[in-house]
Design a protein around this ligand. Structure first.
Ligand code: ATP
Ligand code: LTN
Length: 326
């Protein structure tokens, strides 16, 4: 069976971009593949965190993932730091990737521009991500478009390790969904919608109430030529609305565009479709939120399943590298 792995940072609440670009696809894949979904808390600490906040955020993110459709009986959902093999493998891979390769990562460039304190971990972050993937012999990594570069680097790291030592790691490939692959910020439609951009009016949180969702979509930035057409370069705001409505109603954005000639109705229908999409997710989240002990129990089961796979791969890597057995 195809093995799939993807991770998400507990760096804020899930937004519509995370859901349409990633989580919704993960939920579909859990029924047809052997899927592993870590909440990658060690990636989140590459930027400074308030004491105690990361644990709470990790629990909450796990509940949001379950509310958004990840079923612990159908996939392995776990917390990255509960499986210590990730950190250990990351070191081996940090020593397999070059300074030059890491310097070319656009996510590092973007994030370091926004940070006052640039940790060494923020720079070596892709090696930890490679460990997340390679430890599970993942065939496919479902991610948004922005992550392609990290998955390519993961393949390069795996190939280098395999050729330097002994074939050890499977080469994964990125799988990027066509519809909704990139949801843009509603106020700044040339930036992707992001948890860490601090653009509350441009970001639709999965837990936003219907009035907020409607207000944000109705005040989305468009343009002044008044024509409804899917053209990302010339009309980023309108194209974003078309792709959101398309993703919410399983249609191509070009096809959605044919139904509209004015921005007002496009915005109204997009708002309604998003409100309906979020309604069941919000109801399920409230249930999970009321029973944190049950979420912790489910995460412990996930960590045990993950450790079984990760420890075997790490042992293989240690042996193939030639470390002295303890
Ligand atoms: P941060 O700003 O903290 O990096 P983020 O909102 O970009 O957070 P991530 O945790 O980096 O989200 O990503 C989780 C998953 O969601 C990834 O697979 C990523 O590709 C996807 N994703 C993130 N933002 C978008 C977006 N705007 N459109 C589509 N997919 C997205
Ligand atoms: N870097 C990714 C999050 C991430 C990930 C992973 C994605 C960490 N480890 C492993 C896929 C596979 C991000 O910023 N979205």
């Amino acid at each position: 069976m195809t093995r799939v792995l993807s991770g998400i940072q507990p760096s804020g609440d899930l937004h519509l971009g995370n859901y349409l670009g990633a989580i919704r696809v993960w939920a579909q894949l859990q029924h047809t593949t052997d899927a592993f979904y870590p909440v990658v808390d060690l990636h989140a600490v590459t930027v400074p965190q308030k004491p105690g906040a990361i644990g709470t955020a990790t629990l909450r993110m796990s509940q949001m993932l379950m509310a958004a459709g990840l079923d612990p009986d159908a996939c392995t959902i776990f917390v990255q730091s509960h499986v210590h093999q990730h950190s250990e493998c990351a070191w081996l891979l940090e020593c397999t990737v070059s300074f030059g390769e890491l310097s070319r990562m656009t996510q590092f460039k973007d994030k370091s521009d926004r940070q006052e304190f640039i940790s060494a971990g923020l720079f070596t972050y892709p090696a930890l991500q490679a460990a997340d993937i390679l430890l599970y012999d993942a065939d496919e990594v479902p991610v948004g478009d922005d992550q392609r570069q990290h998955i390519e680097l993961t393949r390069d790291i795996a190939e280098r390790f395999n050729s330097r030592y002994v074939p050890t790691f499977k080469l994964p490939k990125a799988v990027v969904p066509a519809a909704g692959a990139r949801v843009m910020d509603l106020q700044h439609p040339t930036n992707k919608m992001s948890k860490s951009l601090d653009s509350p009016r441009g970001t639709i949180d999965l837990l936003d109430d219907p009035a907020d969702v409607t207000r944000k979509i109705k005040s989305a930035v468009t343009d002044s030529d008044g024509e409804v057409r899917y053209d990302i370069a010339a009309k980023p705001g309108v194209s974003n609305l078309l792709s959101i409505l398309g993703a919410a109603s399983d249609r191509a954005p070009e096809q959605v565009a044919e139904d509209y000639s004015m921005y007002g109705p496009l915005k109204a229908d997009t708002a309604e479709a998003v409100v309906e999409l979020l309604r069941p997710i919000q109801a399920r989240f409230r249930e999970l939120e009321a029973d944190p002990a049950e979420t912790s129990r489910l995460l412990a089961v996930g960590a045990t399943k993950a450790q079984t796979v990760a420890s075997a791969t790490l042992q293989r890597a240690r042996t193939n590298l030639g470390l002295l057995q303890g």
